[in-house]
Design a protein around this ligand. Sequence first.
Ligand code: WT7
Length: 660
Amino acid sequence: MELNKKNSINNILEENRTFPPSKEFSNSAIIKSKKDLFDLREKARKNPNEFWDSYAKTEIDWFRPYETVLDRNKAPFFRWFPEGQLNITYNCLDRHIKNGLGDKNALIWEGEPGDSKTYSYKDLLKEVCKAANALKSLGVKKGELVCIYMPMIPEAMIAMLACARIGAPHSVVFGGFSSESLKDRVIDGNAKFIITADGGYRKDKVIELKKAVDSAIDSGAGDVVNKVIVIKRTNKEISMKLNRDFWWHELLENQDDWCEPEIMNSEDRLFILYTSGSTGKPKGVVHTIAGYNLWTHLTFKWIFDIKSDDIYWCTADVGWITGHSYIVYGPLSNGSTTLMYEGVPRPSNLGAFWQIIQKYKVSIFYTAPTAIRSFMKSGREIPDKYDLSSLRLLGTVGEPINPEAWIWYKDVIGNNQCPIVDTWWQTETGGVMISPLPGAIDTKPGSATLPLPGIEVEIVNKEGSRVEINEGGYLIIRKPWPGMMRTIHGNSQRFLESYWDFIPHKEEPFVYFAGDGARIDNDGYVWIMGRVDDVISVSGHRLGTMEIESALVSHESVAEAAVVGKKDELKGEAIVAFVSLEKNFKNSDQLVDEIKLHVVSEIGVIAKPEKIIITDSLPKTRSGKIMRRILRSLASGEKVSGDISTLEDSSVLEKLKKDS
Ligand code: WT7
């Protein structure tokens, strides 16, 4: 792995502006000052176990208390609160009803075609119980994985919670992934059940989810899957197979609206969620119940400084970790009102987001830099038409935000009244790790600021030594934290290799390697520079270059492929593929289009290469390794610099330049 700045769209060294929170915001915040924050950090540093214990005791309801806070015996397979018993849905639903919040809105949902629905905590619990009973009636057992492949409709959340209610871990597959991707995930997780919908609405189109499930089953997932539950959403004709496919509404119709929460152990699995790495197929990141519950609960409360009357909206899809942690579990565990929107802004409705904020008086808004950049491009006239005065706090997640977009967000959307929380984290970390606590510290555009209390971040070089202030290096996390991933499903070796074996460290036997490059400035603020491995981020979606390469070479015309990310003003990075063809194929626009579509059908539309460059001269070292560094420079139109003496054939450079 090389350390580079390919993803560094921050103008790091020149960015010195700081923005303190208003007095008013700080005074009513949960953590009010830098001093309070630093005291908390110090407390966590001095005695981590006591620190985590104090929150686990008070913020989580247990059916049986734990005795041990952190079990390090099998490190880095850390175990948190191992003797404890709980059910996360009890913490997300029942306890709020017991505390008198039964009629409070748990979920406000806005559909893409303009329909909408709200669920109080009582309503949501009833639906979850009915769905849980329906799953049981189909034979879903505790511990058995259920795959959820859904559009952004309330039933996606209900299905997740229903699984958790009965102790069946879920594996949500983003509805934008292709049937091939679905198949791989179903087979890897050995999921016997799939919950899906006839289809979903996305950008003025209908996506045919059930059809994708059918072809996943026909092309191999059928060996694993026995039952499919289908939600009616689009009413389009679909085929239903007798005794295999069941309608959700028919199954739920006569179910009891009470289902006893299953008594679960702290370290039982809550879910698997697949994410891309630098090598091989996507990895199934495993999260377990108690630690994840605590970490999403606490981070949600701290970072969004949540108040009882907040209307909170995160624009992510539940198919990603952001949706899991900050649409479903974090907000509900806190008894908050969470808003869910089925659509994404589309050319025919660029005001969709602002209209929803106005309609529901959203007070906290959490979205991705790529969305902010596209709003910027279409001009402030659009948001200016709406009343956004209900907003009091803004957040971003998923990729570095350039200071220009940060300032625009603060000014145009936040009317300069709202602090911005730039939150750094990963599928693997379960919840946010680095973020401003909005009432406590000054923000700087483009920096995620400080690690949260209990999180020990350090920037090191390859040897594991801490680098100088403002020097770039690898981001590592020194101490375990409750929301951390537990393993990679079915591949504990890969878990060790990807995260724990890369960086040696003098003081800690196990340090977590995040895969990001970063630097820390004079004030201790962290500036994320982007991935240092072969992972690229397209509109905040994480993709492995190797995954896309495998998809490319599975096309009959492709002999060899190398994929790189190219800086993109809107998407952060765009995919550029260098491809050499098999002998009997000729370069043509038609073939290039066909190969692009092939990648879409292998992975999903998020992986569609923006550009495919056909060349028979891929730059290789003498040992046969493709030199991606050269391709990155070429894709970005930059001069190829650095050492090229290891190239097997230096004439390929000239040929390549011609082809690109
Ligand atoms: C990668 C994790 C976790 C939510 C969504 C993405 C990048 C995430 C930030 C941020 C700069 C960020 C990192 C990280 N990333 N948040 N605030 N600033 N970069 O989850 O798909 O697991 O991707 O996203 O590169 O490693 P993910």
